[in-house]
Design a binder for this molecule. Sequence first.
Ligand code: NI
Length: 157
Amino acid sequence: MAIRNIVLDTDEVLRKKCRPVEVIDAKVLTLISDMIDTVKKADGVGLAAPQVGVLKRIFVINDPAKKKVYEIINPEIVATSGTQQTAEGCLSVPGKYGVTNRPMKVTIRGIDRNGKKVEYTEEGLIAKAFCHETDHLDGILYTDKVIRMLSPEELEN
Ligand code: NI
């Protein structure tokens, strides 16, 4: 188990486009395991590889409600429907939340750590996380898309 350092939004690395993973080697496997440890330790929903300084197209999502962990290599959003305007945050933008416009339902494809094709269709929070984490791989932060940031008073409620 290893916890990696999460970079902040002032770090240039979060603005770079990540490269697809060509070979799932020991380094990639360790990275994925560390990312899962790191997102759980940080009490976050999702973490993308550039947030730990690695420019590879990989993200993990931890759904505490379903006790389910998604790990997706080379993700591609293949279908979306509906919309949701809900609060969104990011481990690289600590203590802040903003309202974004995201699809309500998202289907995503990629491969898992064994190189097997995976496809997930989820709604609500996890659909939002699929979009948020995929954006990270293209150097996009939710603060680029936010409709409005929540005030400290709103955060207390
Ligand atoms: Ni984020």
